[in-house]
Design a protein around this ligand. Structure first.
Ligand code: TMP
Ligand code: ZN
Length: 417
């Protein structure tokens, strides 16, 4: 029986993807032995959390050669600058505030806080990216966050006014320990906020490639509400974000805590926030995200997308055109391996991350080449694996499209554009 990692209740499988390599397991030698695990997605009818049935040890994913560097996208750079501005704004009236970010990556957000000389700490277990954050002037602790780490921080630096994170909470299997740690580390009137890919968007678009080893959980407001309550906390607001193909930012406070001054305004912004929260919780209920019924169609829709995409790629290939992948994203590992799209269909994947270039994609072993190569080759078709960065990429690739280049996209359905 599969038990919920949060409440222990029996879970139901939504989809089983079978054997998968690590999403960021880019390899230098295609003949070397690769690690595979079974990827399947499950739903808990008790606490509504969507989660991986079986997980991979964190040390296998987040280590000294972690391949995901946040600052490779300009939109993400501006997005994190905006988060920093929101934090600075919220702390305007606080004396010597303290901010903790879980999973600070290369310091994409905290560098703005550090620049303002605001007391902060980034927690980043992947040593190579933690090193990049240090070079950006950020104070970093290279550890996995849990209760004990929270106690150590409180002892050395005191409690935090703000604890935040982006695309990190869904990575942590022992999320109960993280929430216990947050209870220890957060000031009574402090605020926790984090944003992660949103299950509502995933189900709506059938964007199944968000499902991979690093994403243990797929949050909704309904499941976060339950998780927060379990730990004496409450969900007070939700703000939808366009990034990462649709994310949700959750705002959480201590139940006994008073509303932080910065959240109040003369016209009671809190009242307005409650409307936003209610709106999203209602939308989730309408989509039945608190019942297995809400997830029953997902598998069929995913399989149709894979079938249509393979048919399109094969037809293009048969006509003698060249297809190149655009963006060696973590999520493309699920798409390429589940749909079995290999070198027979895709010549190579273009990517702008220096450490990925020259390597091979996990499982399907498609070579990763530089963006320069893409510009030089001008392939007739580009499979948009970094579809979550579509706006930025289409703005950048106006010339490619003008010259006759065509992008292939696949969520919510396969098309050329
Ligand atoms: P992500 O979807 O996990 O954020 O990863 C995006 C990947 O796509 C990352 O490896 C960088 C790459 N990329 C490009 O190669 N060109 C681009 O213009 C953008 C935005 C991303
Ligand atoms: Zn549960």
């Amino acid at each position: 029986m599969n038990k919920c990692k949060i409440c222990g209740q029996a879970t139901t499988i939504i989809i089983n993807f079978g054997k998968m390599p690590l999403a960021n397991g880019f390899i230098s030698n295609p003949n070397s032995k690769e690690f595979f695990y079974n990827l399947s997605l499950a739903f808990c009818p008790m606490c509504f959390m969507v989660q991986l049935k079986k997980t991979v040890k964190p040390e296998k994913m987040f280590h000294k050669e972690y391949q995901f560097i946040s600052s490779t996208s300009q939109i993400m750079v501006s997005h994190f600058k905006e988060i920093a501005e929101e934090i600075i704004n919220r702390l305007k009236n606080k004396k010597n505030p303290f901010i903790v970010e879980l999973g600070c990556n290369d310091g994409i957000m905290l560098k703005h806080i550090a620049f303002r000389k605001i007391n902060h700490l980034g927690i980043e277990p992947s040593q190579n990216v933690a090193q990049l954050a240090k070079r950006n002037g950020v104070q970093v602790l290279s550890k996995f966050f849990n209760e004990q780490v929270a106690k150590d921080i409180v002892e050395k630096k005191g409690t935090a006014d703000i604890i935040c994170g982006a695309n990190v909470f869904c990575h942590i299997e022992d999320i109960n320990s993280v929430f216990r740690g947050i209870n220890i580390l957060l000031k009574q009137d402090g605020i926790l906020f984090f944003e992660e890919p949103y299950i509502y968007d995933i189900i709506k678009k059938s964007s199944f490639d968000q499902v991979y080893d690093e994403h243990v959980y797929y949050f909704s407001g309904l499941s976060i509400n339950n998780l927060a309550r379990r730990h004496g906390l409450q969900l007070v607001d939700m703000k939808h974000q366009e990034v990462h193909g649709g994310s949700m930012r959750y705002y959480i406070q201590k139940i006994a805590g008073t509303c932080p001054q910065s959240l109040r305004s003369k016209r009671c912004r809190r009242g307005k926030q409650k409307i936003e929260l209610k709106k999203w919780l209602n939308k989730e209920k309408q989509m039945k995200l608190d019942k297995i019924e809400g997830y029953l169609d997902f598998k069929n829709k995913v399989n149709k997308i894979c079938k249509d995409l393979k048919t399109l790629l094969s037809t293009i290939k048969q006509k003698g055109y060249r297809i190149v992948g655009y963006g060696a994203t973590s999520k493309s590992t699920t798409l390429l391996n589940y749909a079995k799209i290999g070198r027979d269909l895709i010549d190579y994947i273009s990517d702008n991350t220096p450490t990925k270039i020259g390597k091979f994609s996990p499982g399907m072993h498609i070579p990763i080449k530089s963006y320069k190569q893409f510009i030089k080759d001008q392939p007739a078709y580009a499979l948009l694996l970094a579809w979550n960065h579509k706006k930025e990429i289409f703005a950048k690739e106006g010339n490619y499209r003008k010259k006759g280049g065509t992008f292939i996209t696949y969520f919510p359905k396969v098309k050329t554009e």
